[in-house]
Design a protein around this ligand. Sequence first.
Ligand code: AP5
Length: 215
Amino acid sequence: MSFGRVVILLGAPGAGKGTQAKLLAESSGYLHVSTGDLLREAVRQGSELGKRCKAIMEAGELVPDELVSQLVEEKNSSGRADSGMILDGYPRNLAQAEFLSRVLNGVRPKTIRIRVDEDQVVKRLSGRRTCSGCGRIYNVFFSPSAKGEAECEACGGKLLQRKDDREEVIRERMHVYRQQTAPMIGYYSSRGDFFEVDGNRSVSEVAAEIDRLAA
Ligand code: AP5
């Protein structure tokens, strides 16, 4: 498996990783790999993996590393990461970061941390709606669909609220982030090619900066 540019988007729940990863994938042609999306798809399909992950995800905990590693390897073996790959929500702890470094086999990723104030997070997550058809992400407060709260303006698909976007689960996800994912900031910043962007600005301002950094 060969890799072009590898970009890791790192940030707390609701920082805008998914939103920005989709935009960067469109502008760059890089493969977007979201472990959250892959796991939610497995849950929707009712696969063995999905059955093992459903309750863990709904509680806001991390899925076991070996299951996530298996997913990432399967995605990589599709061979579409030649020009580049954007990792969104992965790696999530130091064990996953070490695994990734073995998979990348000498390719050094660019890591972009999206920083966002905690008071923004609850509003962003509680207002998030995702299209069940095309995956487009909306927000009832900041970026609603022109077709109302229930319908995607792009494809007409139904807009859904994630089960882990309830307030008590959001709190647990933030706790897990602080304990397990935030240490990756030190891990990657000490390795170079590490950048931070202010994610409190508009989607387009953040996207412009990420485009420039990822180039
Ligand atoms: P995952 O899907 O990765 O969730 P997350 O990391 O908690 O991140 P989110 O998807 O909630 O937020 P985001 O940063 O992508 O924000 P978004 O762009 O959507 O993981 C879910 C679960 O799966 C985990 O809890 C775990 O159980 C499991 N899992 C996944 N990966 C795993 C792994 N590697 N290991 C183990 N378990 C794993 O934006 C949020 C909202 O804000 C949207 O409504 C958007 O429209 C809005 N918004 C975005 N940017 C802006 C802006 N600049 N201004 C205003 N609104 C904005």
